[in-house]
Structure formats: C-alpha cells, structure tokens
Design a protein around this ligand. Structure first.
Ligand code: FAD
Ligand code: NAI
Length: 484
C-alpha cells in the first residue's frame, strides 16, 4: 500500500494550496480531486476555477465591456454605430480563461512533485483513504479502486449549490449557478431566487447582456451582512441599472407551461404569479461532505453537514484536518486558501494561524461592494464606541477622470484607541482597494497611521486615504471636515 506524508482530498483552492504548501516543505504529498473537464481530463481548481469565481468574473468582464460599448463611449467622443453580441464567442473566451488556469494548477501540482489522483477519495480511518479512480489516464494504474495511507490527511471537498425543496431543478428551465454560467442564449425574462452574492453577480451579467432580471429574495433586507447605508445605496443603484428586486417573498411552487416557468409566490400575504423564460436558484451552498468519509472513520460533522473543526482546522480525529467551504466560516476561495496554507504549516511543525477578523468580502457588481472587519450594526450591538470617516468617489480626481463617481468609502475606528475596526466600500475597483484596508487592519493600524501615509495621486486609493483622514476630521477635499 502506498504511503504519503500527507493526502489531501479535494483539489479546489483550499485543497490544492494545502498540497502545494506541503510539497514545498518537503512532505511527500498526494492530492485526490474528482474534477474533470468535458474531455475527461483532470481539471483541478474546484468550484472556484471551474464553475465559480473565475468563470463568473470572466462573464462580468465581457458583459461589462458590452454595456460600456453601448452606453459609455459617446461622452468620450467615441462613436460606435452598432454593438452586437456573439454569445458563443463570449462563452468560448470564458472557457479559455478557465482552461488556462486549471492547466496552470495542473502544472503547479506536477512541478511540486505532488501525485494527483483523479477520482473520489474517501476517508476510511485516521490514516487511510480509499481512492476510486475515474480519470481516463489512470488506465496505467492497475485498479479502479485502491487504498493509500498517510501520516496526516486534509479534507477539502468544498460545497455544492443548495436546492429548495419545493422547486425541483429541470434540465434547462430551472437551474443552478453552474448552468447559469453557460446559457446558450440570453433569456428574455430571467428570474433569480436569492438576491445574495451569486444572484447579484450573475444577475448583472445577464441584465447587461439584455435579459430582464427579477430577483426574488426571502429576507426583507438587502444584503443584511453589508453595512446598511452602503446596502441601501447599492440597492438603489442596481435598481436604476435595471435589476428588479422582490423582497420578503416566499416561493410556493413553480410550473412549466408552454416552454416557460411560472413562479407562484406570496408577498405581504398576497399570492402572486409571474412567468419567466428561465429560473436560476442561488440560495446558498451546502458542504459537500456526504461521500468524503466512511461513518466507520468516526469523523464528526455538525447538523448542517460541515465537518467540525477548531480554530486551527483540526477535526475530532488526530492527524485529520478539514478546510475550505466544508467547514465553518464564509464560503470564500481566499479563506480556504489561507486555511490550506495554515494546515500545511502546522503539519510541517511550524506555528500558523488564520486571522478570521480580516477576511475581505467582495461583491463584483458595478460599482463593487467590498468590506473587511466590523459593520456599524455590529459595533453598536457589541457596545463598542467608534468614530466614522467617509469620503465619496465623486470628490476624487481619478474617479472623475474615469467617469466612475458613484459610491463611497467608510472607515470605522475605535473611539479611544483609533484602531481601524472596519472598512466598507461601494465603488469602482473596490475589490482591489479593500486589500489596503486588510493590510492596515492586519498591522493594527490606526486611522492616524493611514492619514500620515502617502497615497499616489491621482488614484482611487485616495478615497480610502481621505476616509481615514475624515475619521480625524482632517479630510482635505471634503467641505464639512473640521481641521484639527
Ligand atoms: P471547492 O472549490 O468546491 O473544491 C472542492 C474540490 O473537491 C472539487 O474539485 C470537488 O470536485 C472535489 N471533491 C469533492 N469531494 C471529493 C472527493 N470525495 N474526492 C475527491 N475530490 C472531491 N469565492 C470567492 O472568494 N470569490 C469569488 O469571486 C467567488 N465567486 C464565486 C462564484 C460562483 C458562481 C460560485 C458558485 C462560488 C464562488 N465563490 C467565490 C466561492 C468559491 O468558489 C468557494 O468558496 C471555493 O471554491 C471553495 O474552495 P474549496 O477548495 O473549499 O472547495
Ligand atoms: P448567499 O448566501 O450569498 O445568498 C443567498 C440568498 O438567498 C440570501 O440573500 C438568502 O436570504 C436568499 N434565500 C435563501 N433561501 C431563499 C428562498 N427560499 N427564497 C428566496 N431567497 C432565499 O448565497 P449565494 O448567492 O448562493 O452564494 C453562495 C456563496 O458563494 C456565497 O455565500 C459566497 O460565500 C460564495 N460566493 C462568493 C462570491 C464572491 O466572493 N464575490 C461570489 C459568488 C459566490
């Protein structure tokens, strides 16, 4: 039986990062991943690279360009007479981006000397895994099932789209996010159940490409985890862009008639029905843990199926760790990657930790929403005294030059110590700007530290600089700021 120092089950961003970091430290490492592309070849990278972060961002880029070409060039004196869409080419580009990145991960796995098993891994015991090989190139190995052992095992099986009981998926009318990344034509009327992150990002994509998009949301509030002042402004702007929101609604059933989908729902005690060409469900994701361990292994999961772990991702079994979407915490690629690197360092005998207080969150709409640390709502409920600084993109020279003037940045700092407690952004390129806040918070900066730091001019980063200066009433380009 083949023995490794470490076996990683799952080759998504959590698993492949863990495997690479183990190999970098001289540990003999195997990674088992079930992902294959349509040619049956290994396609590591998990949800993120294959059907998540990357294809969705490729579609956001293309659809954004399509929209800008139609509406934003005339003001620059650039006249484009007719903008047309070739959806097949747009989708091919998206797939090429995915293929390039999954091949890149494949190459990194090889370069680092990791044995990649394409198939399903199942934890049998604390140090034993069963592999069911599915990849066509595994013919060279004799068996379709084999058992391998390791001193340490890392479980990273990720997550899958959550379904709603009363809304069964169909082949092409009622679908999940994976299918919504690959529609072969723009639906005239598209319904999205769930106005969360996926609903907003893919809803923006299909709206920009020409669909009428309605989002049905169970909650009465828009993005409750986001700073509510920013969420309100964002909801208003997304509505102006053409997204239709239906809050506090309960989906009762769906019917398929004449090649259309009828959604029956209640809202404010009234029964309603609306007809759509397609429906896509985006009501969250569930941990993909059903088949990753044998009950005889005695691995413990919680009531929702997440593998139970401590702060350092240790499970109840000695030498078995679990990371990424399959464990508690936000389902984000970078959170999984950090956990993967931490666990690899722990196995290699080093000190390691993840700072869960500084996880950045981004919604890749236009403008983008991004945040890190506590919201005002949280600080109030934790009875923490805080100071606020805000600055709008409209007052920034670079934002004006770019014609991207919507939104603001809000910096929250401790009233006594001035330490930054949270940063909330709504604006162009917020996904890039938020990293400055993460670095500042990771180094325990005060708003004064940021105020005294030099930022390039003209740049959108100056919006963050001025919001930190505004905490101390020192913002320069703001009419109401008091000088101290
Ligand atoms: P996964 O990426 O799900 O990878 C798990 C891998 O393990 C998969 O390849 C799976 O096939 C494999 N596997 C499962 N069980 C087994 C088994 N028994 N044996 C072998 N292999 C197995 N996050 C962000 O941070 N930013 C974004 O912009 C973003 N956009 C997203 C957009 C969409 C549409 C979706 C759906 C998700 C998005 N996410 C985003 C979330 C992100 O994709 C996940 O948080 C991330 O992929 C989780 O990484 P993971 O390694 O834990 O799991
Ligand atoms: P989500 O949790 O962001 O949003 C789901 C939404 O559906 C919520 O607003 C919820 O109230 C609503 N909902 C739940 N049940 C409902 C029902 N029966 N009817 C109507 N509405 C209902 O989940 P989403 O959008 O599916 O994304 C899953 C995860 O993937 C995210 O939580 C995030 O972790 C990750 N992701 C991250 C991205 C990023 O970082 N930019 C992009 C896309 C996904």
């Amino acid at each position: 039986m083949k023995h490794y120092d470490v076996i990683v089950i799952g080759g998504g961003p959590a698993g492949y990062v863990a495997a690479i970091r183990c190999a970098q430290q001289g540990l003999k490492t195997a990674c088992i991943d079930s992902g294959v592309n349509d040619k049956g070849e290994a396609s590591p990278g998990g949800t993120c690279l294959n059907v998540g972060c990357i294809p969705s961002k490729a579609l956001l880029e293309s659809s954004g360009l399509f929209e800008r070409c139609q509406h934003d060039t005339a003001v620059h004196g650039i006249k484009i007479s007719k903008v047309t869409l070739d959806l097949a080419i747009l989708m091919q580009r998206k797939q090429q981006v995915v293929n390039d990145l999954t091949s890149g991960v494949n190459a990194l796995i090889k370069i680092n000397g990791i044995d990649l098993y394409t198939g399903l891994g199942k934890l049998l015991a604390e140090n034993k895994v069963e592999v069911t090989l599915t990849h066509k190139n595994t013919k060279t190995r004799n068996a379709t099932k084999e058992e391998i052992t390791a001193t340490d095992i890392i479980l990273a099986p990720g997550s899958v789209p959550r379904a709603i009981d009363n809304i069964p998926y169909t082949d092409d009318k009622i679908v999940d996010s994976t299918a919504a990344l690959s529609f072969d034509k723009v639906p005239k009327r598209l319904a999205i159940i769930g106005a969360g992150i996926i609903g907003l990002e893919l809803g923006s994509v299909w709206r920009r490409l020409g669909a009428e998009v309605t989002l049905f949301e169970a909650s009465k509030d828009f993005l409750p985890a986001v700073d509510q002042a920013i969420a309100k402004q964002a909801c208003k702007i997304f509505t102006q862009q053409g997204l239709t929101f239906s809050f506090a609604c309960q989906i009762k059933s769906t019917e398929i008639k004449n090649n259309k989908v009828i959604i029956n729902y209640t809202q404010a005690d009234k029964e309603n029905s609306e007809t759509f060409d397609k429906v896509f469900v985006a009501v969250g994701r569930s941990p993909n843990t059903k088949n990753v361990f044998d009950p005889a292994s005695r691995l413990i999961c919680d009531e929702y199926g997440f593998i139970k772990v401590d702060e350092q991702c240790r499970t109840n079994l000695a030498h078995v760790y679990a990371i990424g979407d399959a464990v508690r915490g936000p389902m984000l690629a970078h959170k999984g990657e950090e956990e993967g690197a931490m666990v690899a360092d722990l196995i290699a005998g080093h000190f390691a930790r993840v700072n869960y207080e500084t996880i950045p969150f981004v919604v890749y709409t236009e403008p983008e929403i991004a945040w890190c640390g506590k919201t005002e709502q949280q600080l109030k409920s934790d009875n923490i005294d805080y100071k606020i600084g805000t600055f709008s993109f409209a007052s920034n020279g670079r934002a004006r030059a770019m014609g991207q003037t919507q939104g603001l940045i809000k910096t929250l700092a401790d009233a006594k110590t001035d330490r930054i407690l949270g940063v909330h952004m709504f604006g162009s390129h917020a996904s890039e700007l938020i990293s400055q806040a993460v670095v500042a918070m990771e180094f325990n900066s005060s708003s004064e530290d940021l105020a005294m730091t030099m930022f390039a001019h003209p740049s959108l980063s100056e919006v963050f600089h001025e919001s930190a200066m505004d905490v101390l009433d020192r913002a320069i380009h703001k009419a109401k700021a008091k000088k101290i």
